[in-house]
Write a protein that binds this ligand. Structure first.
Ligand code: ATP
Ligand code: MG
Length: 448
């Protein structure tokens, strides 16, 4: 992509309304624009990151055996009357009436609709197990939308729903999502910690929030530091094999958000030196709720011996748009973002220090072509801005590598390559720079 064709409205000033780094940087780097309280337009740069995150989420859902679909954003109120949640949901629900005075709502989540879809299309244990997900915009009229996309009112969520014949099978589906979540966040460079979560009036203990540690997180969290060091299952993990052992490893250690935290238990269960009290961002939430919706909405399946039982269900959310902010919170410095390769809007920024100089232009064009041919996403700064401005802008948007080409280096046949994560620079011979950088990108994208 040539910067001259792209749309990148960076801001020089720090926006006064933004309280945390990710919100400030997303506004400054021209990733988002606020269109209303908690409502954002995703500008081209931000949109690219959002799509990368969405794709990782999708790949790991598919790997775990979930199938993708798409439900609408607008839902009929009657569906929610069936479950009893229409009134219970309160003011967080955005209620709408259509031209015929039919009551509708903008979906804050999809348990009711998926239950309705399931009961219409599946009748027997032979149709089970099933997991179905979609990645769709949600609306929740949050009391206090804040921190940019971290707590928006309109936000993008992946929500998956599992259907099983009995509790034991339901737990297996839950475990699949547990493992898929660990892998999903790790691929984005994030260390996520599954923490016990409230199940509310439904009871049971099968609910975990996945928390990324960050000083600016909204939740206070408490855990055993050994849980942070546990290895995440590899790409070839067998989702039909024994997952319980791995889940047990992660759940034997103490880890709880403030809602579930018990100070006495924490002190009993965790040695002094291993206690971590920190803040965290909730990036995912998994939940096994059994027959809550299938009972209320009469979603039954036939068992092998001909009985009819309500189907066992779970739901599994990932905050796709919130993750953009969470990743910036984890990877930035005073100059801007520092994207992990897997979610970077472009892999490489190419800076032409003297646009209009025939030799510099030719060298940049050639490199831009060969990197693109090698599958590297390049943002080529071919604008007439001055060097200092180009460097600052590139640091702000935080692409993992920068290649700088100017008349001085060119005389020695060299380009400069800078790694954004730690600022390290190398001079590379011009005829090798494409191969060299393509390899750096490929190596960074190879994951376990
Ligand atoms: P929270 O406690 O942060 O309000 P929640 O428990 O209401 O979250 P879920 O209903 O479990 O959230 O939704 C699944 C995921 O969607 C959450 O883990 C979070 O990452 C994301 N999410 C929820 N609310 C918002 C929001 N207002 N803005 C952005 N992402 C959100
Ligand atoms: Mg909420």
């Amino acid at each position: 992509m040539r910067l001259s064709t792209f749309f990148l409205p960076v801001l020089k000033e720090t926006p006064a309304e933004a309280q945390i780094a990710s919100h400030r940087l997303m506004l400054r780097a021209g990733m988002i624009r606020q269109e209303g309280a908690g409502i954002y337009a995703w500008l081209p740069l931000g949109h690219r990151v959002l799509k990368k995150i969405e794709q990782i989420v999708r790949e790991e859902q598919n790997r775990a055996g979930a199938v993708e679909m798409l439900m609408p954003t607008i839902q009929p109120a009657d569906l929610w009357r069936e479950s009893g949640r229409y009134d219970a949901y309160g003011k967080e629900m955005l209620r709408i009436t259509d031209r015929s005075d039919r009551e509708m709502l903008y979906g804050p989540t999809n348990e009711e609709m998926i239950t309705e879809i399931f009961r219409a299309g599946a009748k027997s244990y032979k149709d089970l197990p099933k997991m179905m997900y979609h990645i769709q915009w949600k609306f929740r009229d949050e009391v206090r939308p804040r921190f940019g996309v971290m707590r928006g009112r309109e936000f993008l969520m992946k929500d998956n729903y599992s259907f099983d014949i009995d509790e034991e099978a339901g737990r297996k589906s839950y475990n699949k999502m547990f493992i898929a979540y660990l892998r999903t966040f790790e691929r984005m460079g994030l260390k996520s910690i599954p923490m016990r979560a409230d199940t509310g009036p439904i009871g049971g203990d099968l609910s975990h929030e996945f928390i990324v540690l960050a000083d600016t997180g909204e939740s206070a969290v408490f855990c055993d530091k050994r849980i942070v060091e546990l290895p995440v299952p590899p790409k070839d993990v067998d989702f039909d094999g024994d997952l319980q052992t791995t889940v047990d490893q992660f759940t034997t250690y103490y880890a709880a958000t403030d809602e579930k935290h018990d100070e006495n238990e924490f002190e009993d269960a965790v040695e002094d030196g291993n206690r971590v009290s920190a803040r965290g961002i909730e990036v995912g939430h998994i939940f096994f709720f059994g027959t809550k919706y299938s009972d209320a909405m009469n979603a039954v399946v036939a068992t092998p011996d001909g009985k009819e039982v309500p189907v066992q269900m779970g739901s599994y959310g990932v905050g796709v748009s919130r993750l953009v902010g969470a990743i910036i919170e984890a990877f930035h410095d005073g100059d801007g973002c520092k994207w992990p390769m897997a979610v970077a809007p472009f892999h490489v920024g190419l800076i032409n220090l003297k646009v209009g100089d025939a030799e510099v232009d030719a060298a940049c064009e050639k490199l831009y072509q060969s990197l693109s041919d090698a599958g590297v996403d390049v943002l080529y700064d071919n604008t007439p801005a001055r060097g200092g401005e180009k460097f600052a802008r590139m640091d702000l948007i935080g692409l993992p590598y920068q290649i700088v080409i100017g008349p001085r280096g060119l005389k020695d046949g060299k380009a400069e390559v800078k790694r954004r994560s730690d600022g390290e620079r190398e001079e590379i011979a011009l005829d090798q720079v494409s191969d060299h950088v393509a390899k750096l990108v490929q190596d960074a994208l190879a994951y376990n």
